[in-house]
Design a binder for this molecule. Structure first.
Ligand code: DC
Length: 232
């Protein structure tokens, strides 16, 4: 009997390690991994480069709507390193989309209904065959409401800000902890209070608070969840 290929949805707050775990899990299972936050970040970068978003976050909806269908977002997978890289219209933008300037603006773009509709369409296409781990905010609620396994990850804002601070500092970015904490809190608020697809836990999601878990402990818990889901 061939093994059941699961659709796994990982949702939760920003910077709680969803991508790291989702990537690791996909590699272990031989599944496709899709980082949907990277897709919203890529659209945000597109807006910044093309004068479609102002400093205060106001988006030129009219003009963005005209081009949204033509923005191509894809991922390239490096088999040797296991790294996934985001491409915007064929250009490698993986590092640029992680910069704080993009983080500060992404909530203004990800709350737009026609942007979400387009991204959800692309995400559903990517996951049609199963065998996928997708992380984001609305995967278990909107993109794959019938996912085989839904995990809702969370950790305290301070723990998450510290992780992002360490990540950016390691990349050589000069960042301030308080500014990052503020960004984490602001994004939590905007993610949970936007009109379209706000961040919320699906009724059938399993909550995983990793504030006090090591990566290994967390991964073991998740692997057990996968085994349980396969037997269902
Ligand atoms: O996971 P991340 O921090 O890279 O996500 C970037 C932003 O995109 C975040 O503010 C929330 C938004 N997002 C979303 O609205 N829906 C998703 N499925 C994924 C991310």
């Amino acid at each position: 009997m061939t093994e059941k290929k699961l659709t796994i949805a990982i949702d939760g707050f920003s910077s709680c390690g969803k991508s790291t775990v989702a990537k690791e899990l996909a590699r272990k299972l031989g599944y496709i991994y899709v980082d949907t936050g990277a897709m919203y970040r890529a659209v945000t970068l597109y807006c910044m480069r093309n004068g479609l978003i102002s400093d205060d976050g106001t988006v030129d909806n009219e003009n963005l709507k005209k081009v949204i269908g033509d923005i191509s977002i894809s991922f390239s997978y490096n088999k040797l390193t296991g790294a996934n890289a985001t491409l915007l219209n064929g250009e490698l933008v993986e590092d640029e989309i992680r910069r704080i300037e993009v983080s500060n603006k992404v909530s203004y773009v990800s709350r737009i209904d026609f942007v979400r509709e387009q991204m959800v369409r692309l995400q559903q296409d990517m996951g049609r065959q199963g065998g996928i781990v997708m992380d984001g905010r609305d995967i278990g609620t909107v993109v794959f409401p019938n996912a085989d396994l839904k995990i809702f990850m969370t950790a305290t804002p301070e723990v998450r800000a510290q992780r992002r601070f360490d990540e950016l500092t390691a990349k050589g970015e000069k960042v301030n902890f308080d500014e990052i904490l503020e960004n984490v809190n602001q994004r939590d608020y905007l993610d949970q209070h936007r009109d379209v697809s706000p961040l919320r836990q699906a009724d059938d999601a399993i909550v995983l608070d990793n504030s006090n878990l090591t990566r290994d402990e967390q991964f073991a818990i998740i692997l057990q969840m996968v085994e349980d889901a396969k037997r269902k």
